[in-house]
Every structure is written in structure tokens, then in C-alpha cells.
Design a protein around this ligand. Structure first.
Ligand SMILES: [Zn+2]
Length: 182
């Protein structure tokens, strides 16, 4: 009976996924046939799980940009447990690749090969908000904040911190912005 229960659940799942075609699939058809019948004609990928995962990407229209909902939930939960303080953004030391002349790594005291890198005390010239990826740097403009919340390692922009981290009800806040699936 347990197996039958799983089959019922799976058939219902297939029905939900394929409800656009609104055709309930009979129980006497093998699962393989159900998947093929539901997808072969209008979906190149007949893998049900892949199809479901693709339809599950929800983007929230934050004031600073559209961000995937699970990323927001995960980051807010992580940030809430840490000690972030409001600060003016400041450059940090970086490791400059001698060959390309680009700063490729933030320097936090790690060992590095002096043959390939030089230490530039103000070489790390921008950061990105952990939630919405907005740039934080020294030059104020439409796309760059010059202050935000810092925990000694990561930055969160003012908007995300006050709107999402400090809100007593994240889900309600997310709902208020509106979202879309992609
Ligand atoms: Zn942000």
C-alpha cells in the first residue's frame, strides 16, 4: 500500500506540473509513459526534476534590484546572527597580481607568493552587498553606496539592512515588494 501511496503522490505531482495542459493522467499508465506523454511535445528536457527546479526560481523586486528569494532568506538568517555596524566604506588591503596588475584577492593576513603578488594596502577598492550585490565603494553614484553595515569581513547595503535584516517579519516584507518566477 505504501508503494501505491507514493504512486498516487507522484501522479498528482505530474498533474500539478503539467496542469497547463489540464489532463489528469490515468493510474494504469507506467510512470515512464506519464513523463513522456506530459513533456515530449513541448519540453526538450523530459527530466521532471530539472523542469520543477527551473520553475522554482522566484525573484523578489528589491529596491536595489531583483534577487532570488532563497538567497535573500539564507543571507538574512546568517546576517541576523552576526554583529554588523554602520560604517563609512573604506578600502582594504589587496593582493595585486604582478602579471595582470589587477588586485585579485582581498588580503586578510593569508600567506602569499611574493614572486606572483604584491601587497597593496588600499588595493581592495569595492565590495558588494551580501544580499543584493549592490556596489559599496568610495565614489558615490547611482550604483554605489559609500556607507553600509560591516561585520569586519562582509558588507550589507543600508537598504537591505534596514528593510530586510531589521524587519520583524521578513516574509511579509518580501511579499510587499512583489515577485516573479523565472
Ligand atoms: Zn543590498
Amino acid at each position: 500500500m505504501a508503494g501505491f501511496g507514493v504512486l498516487i503522490t507522484f501522479v498528482f505531482f505530474i498533474y500539478i506540473v503539467s496542469r497547463g495542459r489540464a489532463q489528469l493522467v490515468g493510474l494504469n499508465i507506467s510512470l515512464r509513459s506519464i513523463v513522456k506523454a506530459s513533456y515530449a511535445r513541448h519540453c526538450r528536457n523530459t527530466n521532471v526534476v530539472c523542469k520543477l527546479i527551473k520553475t522554482m526560481n522566484t525573484f523578489v523586486k528589491l529596491p536595489t534590484g531583483d534577487v532570488e528569494i532563497e538567497h535573500i532568506r539564507e543571507m538574512v538568517s546568517e546576517i541576523k546572527g552576526q554583529n554588523f555596524e554602520f560604517k563609512t566604506w573604506h578600502p582594504r588591503p589587496g593582493l595585486r597580481d604582478k602579471k595582470s596588475n589587477f588586485v585579485t584577492h582581498l588580503y586578510v593576513g593569508q600567506a602569499f607568493d611574493k614572486e606572483y603578488f604584491t601587497l597593496d594596502n588600499n588595493g581592495w577598492t569595492d565590495d558588494h552587498c551580501k544580499i543584493c550585490f549592490k556596489t559599496l565603494g568610495s565614489d558615490p553614484n547611482q550604483y554605489t553606496d559609500t556607507d553600509g553595515y560591516f561585520n569586519g569581513a562582509d558588507w550589507v547595503c543600508k537598504t537591505c539592512y534596514t528593510e530586510l535584516v531589521l524587519t520583524p517579519d521578513l516574509e511579509q516584507k518580501i511579499e510587499s515588494y512583489g515577485h516573479y518566477d523565472q
